[in-house]
Design a protein around this ligand. Sequence first.
Ligand code: TXA
Ligand code: MG
Length: 335
Amino acid sequence: MSLKNLNQLTFGKSMITDDIELCVDALTRGDLVAFPTETVFGLGARADSPAAVSKIFELKGRPVDHPLIMHCANIDVALAISPHIPEYAKKLAAEFWPGPMTLIFKRGVNDAICNEAVGGQDSVAIRVPSNEIARKLLEPCSFFVAAPSANKYGRLSPTTSEHVQEEFGDELIILDGEQSIFGLESTIISCIGELPEILRSGAITRKEIQNCLGVEVLESEKQTEIAVSGNKESHYAPKIPLFIVSDDENIAEFLEYESSECAYIGPRQTALDFKTKLVVSTYETYAHELYDFFHKAQNENCKAIFAVPPELEGIGVAICDRLKKASSLWEKSNG
Ligand code: TXA
Ligand code: MG
């Protein structure tokens, strides 16, 4: 067996590999590669190739006007993506990159990013990840890597290579890595206006951004005019019903569910007997484990998930945002 084969774990035809060179080669020739980041796993393609980028939209089933995030390893290269970079954005980049933050700029004329990658928008989103393996993948690439989360459109983001494999089966090269440290998608900040605006909450909190810039920063709850899939009401959804609840009494009101057939996640203990249960001691653990817990509850055929939300502070804001979007399908059907 060659060394390359030894480095690959094959399940059926799909491949989880730790061979960075093989993944760089695949990206270079226009193939897709899923890779780990500190937020969630991404589904990458070279951003200068319409053919490569179209494979992402096809595999995800994502509408073609939903723009992707461009990834690169180097902060100076990231900031050269657009001629329209406000001073506050440079401060944010210096403070939080590499890390779980995406900045959106007005787009300049630039062959490095094809129109398809930005869904035809006149803006571009960019992120410099901190995950070591992501950086090793991106460093040798002479192009930006466009990458949404490596899940089918509207479904749960993956935080392990196994989640990606479950979602896409034998269609994909997956670069292996440990479970995503933060576990929630990056904080997205629009840097198009005179002041920054948070479009998606994440591990970099509003308070941290305000402390860095010394100004009040808006957290946008509104739909921007730009197609932002993470803003759609029902997003990040598990395949089984998810309900946001306050306590055991509240759970007992869901008469159609036996707790012993259901899953529970929350910051407080529960006296009920659940099939799958996770009591999280910190909000960081809550974020880190949330999607993996949803995946587990699904795979264990739980009938429903009950989640007690964290307080709206720090990364709790992002957790509540994802819980709200992931549960919106079910809230409706329950009136
Ligand atoms: O943590 C993350 O951001 C992960 C990892 C892989 O980097 N990526 C991720 O990508 O979450 P995705 O495509 O699942 O979510 C990116 C969000 C989408 O809602 C997209 O519409 C929005 O960013 N977006 C991308 N480019 C944009 C732009 N130019 N203007 C406004 N929104 C944009
Ligand atoms: Mg996504």
